[in-house]
Ligand binder design. Structure first.
Ligand code: ATP
Ligand code: MG
Ligand code: ZN
Length: 366
């Protein structure tokens, strides 16, 4: 099966295969059909929702040598399209603002912008992580934008539009990308697995989609990871993976326990259940987590005991939580959890053991 990077292999190559950004696709397609191309665009939105992909598709479409005036899709066959696809185009320049922050990089960009496109109508700069551009870089960019040569187009992409300068924001046409819906993610994952001829359980894909919180790249990357571990994509395998990475959910659950926020605790249990999590597994992870909290509560020096199992970030979260609670609370909570663990398998509804524990833990100390 090998280690396939699905999110590269299945990057959308035309507008039609972009999922969940219909309004943006439509506006860009119309701009192409009406030949109303702006000089600067801003693509903002969460990670892995299609900003870079759409920037490349747009660049391909406006430079495509086979496209006639009544079409908006790139052909993906002409020299220009192929060069953009393999990243060798001299007229589509991808610039990562996070790493190219030096004044030299910007001077190079400024000089480069003065040179007409080599083989194409437009020269397109795709600037990733645009919020990380330095002041001098912004200055240079604004200068170009004041009187942009006919052939120049900038597409700025960022997950963090709040950090962009107002002077830049006022000069760009802005598109806000949305998180991708669970169903849309599931559909794409299904398509990938069918092409790869890998078997799957639909519920497993649903779990992956929910876990990736609207980010298609995360979903595809988790799927890739799973297919290297298992011949079939099952709920069980997905849960194993999520269990390992999903300390986040447990950490926020424990926050709620410490805050004795029963309403949100019950809501969280219901959400986990509806999202298809195995509540018994969650419960076990919660016990483990509380045990770690107990250890840290005894002495934060003991964190080194589990530094191989828990990421540093989470050790810091644990330490924070330890500061907010006393050892008696943690001890009682663990006792409740252990006592009630035997209810699993006895009661029909797996929510019940957690709900009872929650009530006992939060009551105990009142
Ligand atoms: N809307 C989408 N439709 C289909 N696939 C998508 C979509 N968005 C992302 N993907 C998948 O995720 C991968 C990464 O997408 P892309 O690079 O376009 O995300 P991005 O929004 O630029 O993310 P980042 O903010 O991290 O740069 C793509 O190769 C593709 O497989
Ligand atoms: Mg990107
Ligand atoms: Zn083409």
């Amino acid at each position: 099966m090998g280690n396939v990077v699905f999110y590269r292999k299945y990057r959308p190559q035309n507008f039609e295969s972009v999922t969940g950004q219909d309004a943006i696709v439509k506006t860009l397609a119309n701009a192409i059909l009406n030949n109303k191309i702006a000089h600067a665009y801003l693509f903002t939105g969460p990670r892995g929702t299609g900003k870079t992909s759409l920037a490349r598709i747009f660049a391909k479409a406006i430079n495509c040598q086979n496209r006639n005036n009544k079409e908006f899709e790139p052909c993906n066959k002409c020299q220009s399209c192929l060069e953009i696809n393999d990243g060798s185009s001299l007229d589509v320049i991808e610039f990562d603002a996070a790493t190219n922050t030096g004044i030299d990089d910007i001077r190079a960009l400024q000089d480069n912008a003065k040179i007409k496109p080599v083989n194409n109508k437009y020269k397109i700069y795709i600037i990733d992580e645009a919020h990380q551009l330095s002041k001098s870089a912004y200055g240079a960019l604004l200068k170009i934008l004041e009187e942009p040569p006919e052939y120049i187009i900038f597409i700025l992409a960022t997950t963090d539009p709040e950090k962009m300068l107002k002077t830049i924001l006022s000069r760009v046409q802005r598109f806000d990308f949305k998180k991708i819906l669970v169903d849309d993610i599931v559909k794409k994952l299904e398509g990938v697995l069918k092409k790869e001829q890998i078997e799957y359980e639909l519920a497993a894909l649903n779990l992956i989609a929910k876990e990736s919180d609207g980010g298609m790249r995360d979903a595809e990357s988790m799927l890739g990871q799973i297919t290297t571990m298992s011949k079939k994509v099952t709920v069980e395998v997905v849960e194993n993976i999520i269990g390992g990475v999903n300390q986040n959910k447990i950490a926020s659950f424990v926050d709620l326990l410490i805050a004795k926020d029963n309403k949100n605790l019950f809501q969280a249990i219901s959400d986990l259940d509806n999202d298809g999590y195995n509540l018994e597994e969650f419960y076990k992870s919660l016990v483990e987590y509380m045990q770690n909290l107990l250890v840290i509560k005894v002495s934060s020096d003991l964190a080194s005991l589990f530094k191989y199992e828990i990421a540093d970030d989470f050790i810091n979260i644990l330490k924070n939580q330890a500061d907010k609670t006393d050892i008696k609370f943690v001890k009682q909570a663990l006792k409740c959890l252990i006592n009630n663990q035997s209810y699993f398998g006895v009661v029909q509804n797996n929510r019940l053991p957690i709900e009872i524990s929650v009530l006992e833990i939060t009551e105990e100390q009142k």
